[in-house]
Design a protein around this ligand. Structure first.
Ligand code: NAD
Length: 440
């Protein structure tokens, strides 16, 4: 099949590379000429496991191509994916300007029937806006060409994106046209061998499903974080409580880890966008509002615990920070809890010694010209002479460090762990003062 993917970010690049990997002819389009040049050279701009291998295999096999030319893209693909960003506006709503720009570009160049597939996360009603935008461009030049718009939200997780795309839990297809649904089934057949994962539904339901999934996951996290605060005050251990409730199959063990708040490019913006949708409709959605406010408070918890230990004035203090990415296996730092912490530490006058296994390049870009932050080559070096070690991301390599070595290096033997990585008894035995989330 001939497929065009517009937008080569986390979603677009993974979509394009995976579709090429199963034998399709894929053209990926991006307006960022530098990114396209790097991709053509086989250079991957993001950290995502397994992605470099399949991008290079696609390029070498002549199945995966990159261009900045949308006209070429529209001419190439019988399926045209829209996978551009939908960042939050000031008021929390999803900014649709990139999606509608692509729709308008498609309308300008469309000269034969196409299926336009929206993969970006967008509010209910956007497929209709995309359709109307394309139609307006066709009308402006008096062209009569049939096209369909499908909602096909993406559920991949950064850090496991290739595996998720190759073996999806479900493939949501929003369309009212039976023939289009069949063509989508054909397109996804290589990823649907084990059992049928394609769920065809009406377009508004498909659009809402994406928000429902992300907001429910964020709700689980905020609930556990709120409960962790309560456990701390009651002398209970949230880790025991977590296992105690997770063993009920109606609850399950997944996604009930307490921590220092959720971040990333999706949960915060999608919670705000759904909240905005409810507000626009005059529908009271107190639960969704609370998910966000609990998370905003949780992102302050590490700083608050540090202040309780070292005092409010951190002038002259050096703080080691392990983990900058919003979660492991990605270099994505968008809305990461580490950023809230680092901002707080800087405001209080501390200097920061940071380490992350893969986000250092991104962090150096974000914190360029900020002399109060230095970046260390390994996690232990970050602790040299530090007044505390604070952990923001649960990278594997942080899970079993040499505690005796940490104790020797830290000026003040204090670890504040935003991910509950350690057994408090082990740290006590090692002579380290340990504060975690929701644990006595
Ligand atoms: P991203 O910011 O990583 O990438 C977007 C890309 O689109 C950029 O490379 C940008 O240059 C390009 N672009 C913007 N306007 C363009 C235009 N007019 N023509 C061509 N290219 C254009 O975004 P992302 O993280 O891949 O997310 C894309 C969408 O998918 C968002 O709606 C997001 O909510 C959703 N989503 C993201 C994830 C995730 O984990 N990142 C998961 C599921 C869904």
């Amino acid at each position: 099949m001939r497929i065009t993917v517009v937008g080569t970010g986390y979603v677009g690049l993974v979509t394009g590379a995976c579709l090429a990997q199963v034998g399709n002819q894929v053209l990926c389009i991006d307006i960022d000429a530098e990114k396209v040049a790097r991709l053509r050279a086989g250079e991957i701009p993001i950290h995502e496991p397994d992605l470099p291998e399949i991008v290079r295999s696609g390029i070498d096999g002549g199945r995966l191509h990159f261009s900045t030319d949308i006209a070429e893209g529209v001419a190439h693909g019988e399926f045209l994916f829209i996978a551009v960003g939908t960042p939050p506006e000031e008021d929390g709503s999803a900014d649709l300007r990139y999606v509608l720009q692509v729709a308008s570009d498609i309308g300008k160049h469309l000269d034969q029937p196409r299926i336009v597939i929206n993969k970006s996360t967008v509010p209910v009603g956007t497929a209709e806006k995309v359709r109307a935008t394309i139609q307006a461009e066709l009308d402006a030049r008096g062209a009569k060409i049939a096209f369909s718009v499908v909602s096909n939200p993406e559920f991949l997780k950064e850090g496991a994106a290739v595996g998720d795309f190759m073996k999806p839990d479900r493939i949501i297809v929003g369309t009212d046209e039976e023939a289009v649904a069949q063509r989508m089934r054909d397109l996804y057949a290589p990823f649907n061998r084990n059992h049928d994962r394609v769920l065809v539904m009406d377009i508004p339901s498909a659009e809402l499903t994406k928000y429902a999934a992300n907001v429910l996951l964020a709700t689980k996290i905020s609930f556990m974080n709120e409960l962790a605060g309560l456990a701390e005050r009651l002398g209970a251990d949230i880790e025991h409580v977590r296992i105690g409730i997770g063993s009920d199959p109606r609850i399950g063990f997944d996604f009930i880890y307490p921590g220092c708040g959720y971040g990333g490019s999706c949960f915060p913006k999608d919670v705000r966008a759904l909240e905005h949708t409810a507000r626009e409709l005059g529908y009271d959605a107190p639960l969704i509002r609370a998910v966000e406010s609990v998370n905003n408070a949780q992102k302050q918890v590490l700083e608050r615990k540090l202040v309780e230990e070292l005092g409010a004035d951190l002038q002259g203090k050096e703080i080691a920070v392990w983990g900058l990415a919003f979660k492991p296996n990605t270099d994505d730092m968008r809305e990461a809890p580490s950023r809230t912490l680092i901002d707080g530490l800087r405001r209080r006058g501390a200097t920061i010694r940071a380490y992350d296994p893969v986000s250092m390049t991104e962090a150096k870009r974000i914190y360029a010209k900020m002399p109060e932050i230095s970046f260390c080559e390994d996690p232990y070096a970050a602790c040299d002479g530090a007044d505390a070690l604070m952990i923001c991301t649960e990278w594997q390599i942080f899970r079993s460090p040499d505690f005796a070595d940490l104790k020797r290096r830290l000026r003040h033997p204090l670890i504040i762990d935003g991910r509950n990585l350690y057994d408090p008894r082990l740290l006590k035995a090692a002579g380290l003062q340990y504060r975690a989330i929701g644990r006595p």
